[in-house]
Design a protein around this ligand. Structure first.
Ligand code: ZN
Length: 474
């Protein structure tokens, strides 16, 4: 077999190399997931080390949740790997390119209108992947997340959301791609510099408008009301010179009861966003009993005819969700640590250097006809297809390596941000907040070392708690 492949022309070798590499990564990931599932299966009881921070009920729940998610990941991963291979094997990409050519021809545009044909191709390709991905995300949301009490969406909310997401993506993707293709066409010898600059500008613009114009299309953002929490956050921001302009609470509970916090914005205009599920006083989970009492009351949004998610969680038990104000401040101390320590800027610099390097290599490779031949393009070399082949397939070993390095770096940053919050004197609160968040999100506290080394962008809970040198638990 190997001998036969080596005797193939270059394009044949490229094709097999891409397939073999893709399956190698798949097998590696499947092996890691298998190791992690073995940990879920064999760890039946809370390890003694965790006895004080995790009750056996939560432990059992998180174990089953993670096991379900991992099994789901196995099947969805196998499916998408097989789908990808079949598409390459059966010539799906050149086939879709020809279809796009027929469509543009119907509008009277010949093959010289490459950008138009590229846009039709992109629209059809994203439509295909949205449709084939839909059953999987439906299953994940309405079977797995639902079963474990996280899902807060109704089916019609989910479908409308998916449609909206598709439409918004197209509104950004299509014009940006056509401009990029145009720049590559007319850019001359140094087109890769212009192409890189263009993507840099696009990403800066997107970051700027995302929060004000895109995110609100999907979720409700309300300013954090005046009160102790707001004053405390403002004081903390001031103490480290964080240029905070606004604090929002986002209604994350409309989708899922997972919780989070983040900040965004440029230079002197930073905003903090807190998930309502992070805040003890805001989380609808905690209002369940009150809502039961006021059964007759109509939901404001429902009355206004607005499509809404389920008004209350299915699995409530009597656990209280979210963190106290002091714990929220500790979590924010960690987040602001990322800013103060320059993690955000470092990540942007790394990603831009990477993007420049990729465009530079792309410029060196795009002239190679063998790359197009390898994927079934015998008589044309469309730029969009070149971008796809080179960025997605040819760079894939490099992409894997880069993403591993970034994961390792991210864990370092997490430790540093934890240490930052500790140095602000918030060690005890961060300690308890991390435990609560782990509990609310049903995180499993034990991990296979190889799996977590490869995948975890955040260090395992126990390592973080140890590094925090939190208060003695006994
Ligand atoms: Zn962090």
């Amino acid at each position: 077999m190997l001998k036969e492949i080596l005797e193939l022309p270059v394009e044949g070798q490229i094709f097999y190399a891409v397939l073999v590499f893709s399956w190698t990564v798949y097998v590696w990931e499947a092996y890691l997931a298998f190791r992690q599932r073995r940990v879920y299966r064999s760890t039946m009881h809370v390890p003694t080390e965790l006895g004080k921070i995790m009750d056996s009920d939560t432990f059992a729940k998180s174990r089953l949740y993670q096991l379900d998610k991992s099994n789901f990941g196995f099947w969805s991963g196998l499916y998408s790997e097989t789908e990808g291979t079949l598409i390459l094997w059966l010539g799906g990409i050149p086939f879709l390119w020809r279809i796009s050519g027929f469509v543009t021809a119907r509008f009277g545009l010949g093959p010289e209108y490459e950008i138009s044909q590229s846009l039709v191709f992109l629209l059809l390709a994203t439509l295909f992947s949205a449709l084939t991905g839909l059953p999987w995300s439906l299953y994940s949301t309405f079977v797995i997340e639902e079963k474990h009490g996280f899902n807060q969406q109704t089916l019609s909310f989910f479908l409308k959301d998916a449609l909206k997401k598709f439409a918004v993506t197209q509104c950004i993707l299509l014009p940006v791609t056509s401009l990029l293709l145009y720049i590559i066409k007319i850019g001359g010898d140094y087109f890769f510099i212009y192409a890189w600059l263009f993507t840099l500008i696009v990403s800066l613009v997107l970051v700027t408008i995302y929060a004000d114009y895109i995110a609100p299309l999907f979720d409700k953002f309300t300013p954090l009301p005046e009160g102790d929490l707001k004053t405390d956050i403002e004081n903390m921001a001031k103490s480290i010179c964080f240029p905070l302009t606004k604090i929002y609470v986002v209604e994350g509970s409309k989708r899922s009861s997972h919780s989070n916090a983040y900040f965004y914005g440029f230079f002197k205009n930073k905003r903090i966003v807190l998930f309502d599920t992070l805040l003890e006083d805001f989380s609808p989970m905690n209002k369940k009993d009150e809502e039961h009492a006021a059964a007759g009351q109509t939901d404001e949004n429902e009355a206004a005819g607005e499509e809404r998610a389920k008004p209350q969680p299915k699995v409530g038990t009597n656990k209280k969700q979210g963190c106290s104000n002091h714990e929220v401040l500790a979590v924010l101390g960690h987040e602001l640590g990322h800013w103060k320590l320059g993690h955000t800027v470092k990540n942007i610099v790394i990603s831009q250097m990477n993007s420049f390097l990729c465009f530079f290599l792309f410029a060196a490779l795009i002239g190679q006809k063998e790359l197009f031949l390898a994927f079934g393009f015998h008589d044309s070399q469309p730029t969009l297809i070149g971008l796809m082949i080179i960025f997605q397939f040819i760079f894939s070993p490099y992409n894997e390596l880069l993403s591993f390095c970034l994961t390792v770096l991210s864990r370092r940053f997490e430790f540093q941000a934890d240490a930052f919050a500790r140095d602000m004197g918030r060690s005890a609160e961060l300690h308890s907040a991390l435990i609560k968040l782990n509990k609310d999100n049903l995180g499993f506290p034990v991990a296979d070392w190889l799996f977590s080394t490869w995948h975890y962008s955040h260090p395992p809970l126990l390592e973080r708690l140890r590094a925090l040198k939190g208060p003695k638990q006994d």
